[in-house]
Write a protein that binds this ligand. Structure first.
Ligand SMILES: *Cc1c(COP(=O)(O)O)cnc(C)c1O
Length: 230
């Protein structure tokens, strides 16, 4: 089987699962965007996915993400989904259409400066960490979300799209996704345009759809197991 056929097959299975999850939740399929997380996979896979109808891809590291965004010819939306150092924000804002991992004011300011310098608008989602036990984990505490949303919404060059979370390992993700949805509702009261809810990965995206996710970040279910953990 060619790589194209393999990706087509896996993508079709994922699409079927998304259709079924939307039907079960009584939600229109168009409300949910599949972001295929292509980290560690080559640019050639990204091109194949674009040819198969994928519109959004996700990457979690700079410069890997930037190199791929430059190499890939297809017109795609690039989502940056990884922890981001402030000193790399300028570079990332030149190619990312959306940064889903905004978790602090300093990073928001750097992304804003970078977006303005590049003459672009960068969408941002605030990454929320509901775990709180691991200081190394990316994400802002739930209590800090609304202040960060206010800052991001005001900064030139940024567009506040919504919220994102990565469910902690080894716990039932559904209550986490429900908390994210509740928090997002409060953010929308002040920022009606912040409608995105990015939740759900290969293992748990049905739960995310049930909780109202608008963006699913799916890697392995489409691309196969990663040879090296990304
Ligand atoms: C890698 C990654 C994903 C995709 O994970 P899979 O288990 O491969 O589906 C989603 N979100 C983030 C932030 C990631 O780093």
């Amino acid at each position: 089987m060619s790589r194209r056929e393999e990706l087509a097959e896996r993508l079709a299975v994922v699409e079927e699962r998304i259709d079924a999850a939307c039907a079960a939740a009584g939600r229109p399929r168009e409300d949910v965007t599949l972001v295929v997380v292509t980290k560690t996979y080559p640019a050639s896979d990204v091109e194949l996915l674009a040819g198969l109808g994928v519109s959004d891809v996700g990457e979690n590291r700079h410069p890997e993400a930037g190199d791929k965004a430059e190499e890939v010819r297809a017109d795609l939306r690039w989502h940056f989904v990884g922890g981001l150092q402030t000193n790399k924000a300028g570079a990332v804002s030149r190619y990312a259409d959306v940064v889903q991992s905004l978790d602090r004011v300093k990073l928001a300011r750097s992304l804003s400066r970078g977006a303005q310098a590049a003459g672009r608008e960068v969408g941002v989602m605030i990454q929320v960490d509901f775990d709180g036990t691991d200081p190394g984990r990316a994400g802002t505490a739930p209590d800090d979300v609304s202040a960060l949303a206010d800052v991001a919404a005001e900064l030139p060059g940024l567009r506040l799209d919504g919220l994102m979370t990565v469910a902690p390992l080894g716990v039932d993700p559904r209550p986490v996704f429900d908390r994210l949805a509740g928090l997002a509702e409060r953010v929308r009261a002040d920022h009606p345009g912040a409608r995105a809810l990015s939740a759900g990965m290969s293992e748990d995206f049905e739960d995310a759809v049930a909780a109202g996710a608008t963006h699913l970040r799916i890697g392995r279910a489409v691309l196969g197991e990663r040879p090296v953990l990304g």
